[in-house]
Design a protein around this ligand. Structure first.
Ligand code: HPA
Length: 234
């Protein structure tokens, strides 16, 4: 079974796939946390791996940046490779000073001005939603692992570099968004139209309010907290 963007057999991919944006992050997760790892995709260097975590099978694959990219990969995984759950493990920028760098956030709903969901499947409205059960499991695991998790509305933006930087304040105030990333809205839509499940766990890598950004070493630490949660979904 191959699609234009994934050259793999169905059996090579687990029912649950963790998706960081960066394919090298997927490689790092596979090499650091998984056992009996096999690489299942290398088309366009969008690396994908399957292995086991505490004896349970799980896959990890890059999504690329932005909704067109995660839109393609998540659709193919859900529709053609029988994947049941995709959990985005990404970074985000804080829209409020109530959120600190390195915090771990769970997406309660994704707001976007993107046309992705409408063009893809006639979705009306500017929000899409993660799977409730998956979110409940993520919350339970975070509690068990004593990792603080903050829930909220996330802005999925098509644009990283805005001419009008301060636009974020309007999105924060009108839509209730606490942070920004670029993929969850499309992922949640694809899960809904294929009858599958998705969630998005994010670590805060920068702040639009304070303009602080994290160092690579510190990013790695907060990333580890997020992984401690995500891998236990296997
Ligand atoms: N904007 C969009 N996506 C992001 C950001 C941001 O500031 N930080 C991490 N992902």
């Amino acid at each position: 079974m191959s699609t234009p963007h994934i050259k793999a057999e169905k059996k090579d991919i687990a029912k649950t796939v963790l998706m960081p944006g960066d394919p090298l992050r997927a490689k790092h997760v596979a090499e650091t946390y998984l056992e009996d790892v096999e690489q299942f995709n290398s088309v366009r260097n969008m690396l994908g791996y399957t292995g086991t975590f505490q004896g349970k099978r799980i896959s990890v694959m890059g999504s690329g940046m932005g909704m067109p990219s995660i839109g393609i990969y998540s659709y193919e995984l859900f529709k053609f490779f029988d994947v049941e759950n995709i959990v985005r493990i990404g970074s985000c920028g804080a829209y409020t000073d109530e959120i600190d760098l390195y915090d771990v956030l769970l997406t309660e709903k994704a707001y976007s001005e993107s046309t992705y969901a409408n063009v893809q499947g006639g979705h009306e409205g500017e929000y899409t939603y993660p799977d409730r059960e998956l979110n409940e499991r993520i919350e339970a695991i975070a509690k068990e692992q004593s990792i603080p998790l903050r829930k909220g509305v996330i802005h999925s933006s098509d644009v990283f570099y805005r001419e009008n930087f301060a636009d974020y304040k309007q999105i924060r105030d009108e839509k209730g968004a606490i942070a920004v990333e670029m993929e969850a809205f499309a992922l949640f839509h694809n899960a809904r139209i294929t009858g599958k499940r998705a969630a998005a766990i994010l670590t805060v890598s920068d702040s639009l309010v304070t303009k602080e950004a994290t160092s690579p070493e510190e990013r790695q630490k907060s990333f580890t907290k997020m992984m401690e949660i995500a891998l236990r979904l296997a």
